[in-house]
Design a protein around this ligand. Structure first.
Ligand SMILES: [Zn+2]
Length: 312
């Protein structure tokens, strides 16, 4: 073969390989990062136009997983990074609002499951931000994977490890520029779960913002919230979290899965011009606590019945 035909042959082989890769791994052709093997992930990761929630608080996540940006003139805070494949979308949303990803100085998390912490490693690489987490969550973030003691430990989807994770204490106030955000440990869904509170103002109208962590008693098969040697304090910890939600000053509630606090319905009503602002609901946190209490009660009843069944 001449030099030209050899080159043509090599090019042809390369194209065939690409086509094959495209067929089996569509993400390869689209230049995307590897997608998470999860039935609901594509739905969760549907693009969402970012928008202002109140004052300096913005929604920048994909449609099904919250990611919240709090801005200031001297650096921004980002809470939650959704899935690994959501990171680029979150960064693009931040940019389309007119902010720079490099100005994100702090990344925080609700809990270390792949659908809320999966994108943090990549977002940290893009921004250079420091990452802070509760003691338990920091260990999981640093090592990656799924944390021991997590009700979803068995068969849970691992998260990519995050570099240089710093720790905070329960009730600690963390500052970035003019932002003061407070960490409240609300365990139960995971042992390291954290709810975040801060104030956002529009002129003189300042609102108590609450980004509430998941409080759903969801587990892998075989785990019992009523008796687990890996998570022995699950029930009193849930109780502490419910009490917190019932008593925290809460004007605008945002949840890790936006539909858990009817965010899209509230937003639609606001866009229609309804007053008072449907995003503001002073009883939303108490209602969330009521629902979570009921779910745990149902779950414990199920575990009780299964226990009786096994002992027969
Ligand atoms: Zn979770």
């Amino acid at each position: 073969m001449g030099q030209d035909s050899t080159r043509a042959f090599v090019t042809m082989k390369f194209l065939c390989l690409c086509l094959l890769l495209c067929f089996y791994y569509p993400a390869f052709c689209l230049g995307q990062t590897r997608t998470t093997p999860c039935a609901r992930c594509v739905q969760w990761n549907r693009p969402q136009k970012p928008f202002r929630i109140w004052g300096n608080t913005f929604y920048v996540g994909p449609h099904g997983l919250s990611s919240i940006l709090i801005t200031s003139d001297h650096g921004h805070v980002l809470i939650d990074g959704a899935l690994p494949e959501s990171a680029k979308q979150i960064a693009a949303n931040i940019q389309s609002l007119g902010f720079r990803i490099a100005d994100v100085k702090l990344i925080l998390n609700s809990h270390v499951h792949f659908d809320h912490a999966g994108g943090i490693a990549e977002l940290q690489r893009m921004s250079g931000a420091r990452v802070e987490a509760s003691e338990w969550s920091a260990k999981v973030l640093s090592h990656g994977g799924v944390g021991k003691g997590d009700p979803q430990f068995a068969g849970g989807t691992p998260i990519p490890p995050v570099a240089n994770v710093q720790r905070f204490r329960d009730g600690e106030q963390i500052r970035v520029g003019e932002i003061v955000i407070t960490a409240h440990l609300t365990p139960g869904h995971t042992p390291g779960g954290t709810t975040w509170t801060w104030k956002s103002c529009e002129g003189a109208a300042c609102r108590n913002m609450v980004y509430a962590d998941s409080l759903a008693p969801i587990s892998s098969d075989g785990f019992r919230f009523s008796s687990s040697s890996d998570y022995p304090h699950a029930l009193p910890e849930f109780e502490k979290s419910f009490t917190f939600l019932e008593t925290v000053p809460c004007d605008i509630l945002i949840t890790t899965h936006p539909e858990a606090s009817s965010l899209w319905d509230r937003l639609q009503s606001r866009d229609k011009g309804l007053t008072p602002d449907p995003l503001v609901n002073l009883s939303a946190c108490r209602e969330l606590a009521r629902q979570a209490r009921a779910s745990l009660r149902d779950r414990l009843a199920e575990e009780h019945v299964q226990g009786e069944h096994h002992s027969k």
